[in-house]
Design a protein around this ligand. Structure first.
Ligand SMILES: NC(=O)N[C@@H](CC(=O)O)C(=O)O
Ligand SMILES: [Zn+2]
Ligand SMILES: [Zn+2]
Length: 442
């Protein structure tokens, strides 16, 4: 295995230092890194001005395999994840067949492991076929080789309060968490965008903020009643932030995520009827974007998760009403968080490490990720150049789909390198095919 000497990098944006990666771990730091005998034949990465972060962990990715390999495969999606700085992703359960049995989650986990770009942690469905009626075999998925800890019907809401209560009770046995897609179905019947001034002007059926907030409020109370862990997916309204803030103050064990698009984009973009901006939950108002940023800044919102939702051109390049909901995000999230939170002075790089690595790893109970950058720790790391600027070109990304809302937009920052247990998956901003990394010749 290649040894790497990262020269002059800034761990969590702090003082520049040298970091030696050997035998899959952080082997030495500071002066000891270059004097270590293993540094003699190391591959040197000149990292002056670059920030070293723990490898990013996504709690919410749609990899689409099995079933929609025309939109994404586990290989294309995890390669995109590595390029985005990730070393682990949680793969959502709304595949075909659904990830609702031990067999399906083990298959996804194994394909991810064999691909080797990032660790793939399959999310288990809460209910059979995401139908919201019967609980899926949660314990069997938890005990399978995939060791599922996050359960979600994402794409759909577990709307029946009895089913939600049972799921919250059941996952306690294996320290699991229910990740809820908070959307009251009756209040969002036929909804096409956020309900507000813009939807009224465009004459599109709106999706009221209360449809999200009513479920978030109900679920924090259920989690308190049951004494279980709840995670709120892609929180998008100012009211939801307020409810989670209240719940945390009350001691309820709730965590919440924000997506990069809800940190940056508003429903004003829908005026052009470009389906790239069609997403669930919908883009909200500028006041909601500000509330989500403030919630992330003060810790009410625990993490940023991409909700990377690739869709084929056939499913996206059509009239607004017929287009699928969803946006890609793996390869732009770090840049969006830098633009929205770091470059605005609201968060430090240490905060970025917390919301994109440490805390998502903890919520997903992934023990070897999101670790401190310290000697002896597994070398799951991401090196970022914050001074870089680039215009996003979806066609040039590794994801198999082109439905990025940031196409044509200039964003700050670039992932220079990603290391998975000491092996480079990305170097000089380019993917390192595993055969090359292992010195295997075809
Ligand atoms: N976010 C989306 O708009 N779409 C997601 C489902 C989801 O996250 O709810 C998808 O699977 O396409
Ligand atoms: Zn969702
Ligand atoms: Zn999703």
């Amino acid at each position: 295995m290649t040894t790497y000497l990262l020269r002059g990098v800034a761990p969590l944006g702090g003082e520049p230092t040298d970091v030696l990666l050997a035998d899959g771990t952080v082997a030495a730091l500071g002066a000891a890194a270059s004097t270590d005998p293993r540094a003699a034949d190391a591959h040197v990465v000149e990292g002056a001005g670059h920030v070293l972060l723990p490898g990013l962990v996504d709690l919410h990715t749609h990899l689409r395999e099995p079933g929609r390999e025309d939109a994404e495969t586990i290989v294309s999606g995890t390669r995109a994840a590595a390029l985005g700085g990730f070393t682990a992703v949680h793969a959502m359960a709304n595949t075909t067949p659904t990830q609702d049995t031990a067999g399906v989650v083990e298959q996804v986990w194994r394909i991810g492991r064999d691909a080797g770009w990032v660790d793939v942690h399959p999310v288990g469905a809460v209910t059979v076929g995401l139908e919201g009626e019967r609980l899926a075999e949660l314990a069997a998925m938890a005990r399978s080789a995939a060791r599922v800890r996050v359960f979600s019907d994402d794409g759909k809401c577990v709307h029946d309060p009895v089913v939600m209560r049972r799921a919250l009770e059941y996952v306690k046995a294996f320290d699991g968490v229910v990740a809820q897609h908070a959307q009251e179905p009756r209040l969002t019947d036929g909804a096409q965008m956020h309900e507000g001034v813009v939807s009224a002007e465009l004459g599109l059926t709106g999706w009221p903020a209360v449809a999200e907030e009513a479920i978030v409020a109900r679920d924090v109370l259920l989690a308190e009643h049951v004494g279980s862990r709840l995670h709120v997916c892609h929180l998008s309204t100012a009211g939801s932030v307020e409810i989670v803030r209240w719940a945390k103050a009350r001691g309820i064990d709730v965590t919440a995520e924000a997506t990069p698009h809800h940190l940056m984009l508003t429903d004003e973009l829908v005026r052009g009827y470009d389906p790239r901006y069609k997403v669930n939950p919908p883009l909200r108002t500028a006041a909601d974007v500000e509330a989500v940023r403030a919630g992330l800044e003060d810790g009410t919102i625990d993490i940023v998760a991409t909700d990377h939702a690739p869709h084929t051109r056939e499913d996206k390049d059509c009239e607004w009403a017929a287009a699928a909901f969803g946006m890609t995000g793996l390869e732009t999230v770090l840049s969006v968080v830098q633009a929205a939170m770091v470059d605005t002075g609201r968060m430090t790089w240490a905060d970025v490490a917390r919301v994109l690595s440490t805390t998502p790893a903890r919520i997903g109970r992934v023990e070897d990720q999101g670790r401190p950058i310290a000697v002896g720790e597994p070398a799951n790391l991401t090196l970022v150049d914050p001074a870089a600027r680039r215009v996003v070109v979806p066609e040039e990304q590794a994801t198999a789909s082109v439905n990025s809302p940031f196409g044509g937009v200039e964003l700050p920052g670039a992932v220079v390198a990603t290391f998975l247990r000491g092996r480079a998956t990305v170097l000089d901003g380019r993917p390192v095919e595993r055969a090359a990394a292992e010195g295997v010749h075809a």
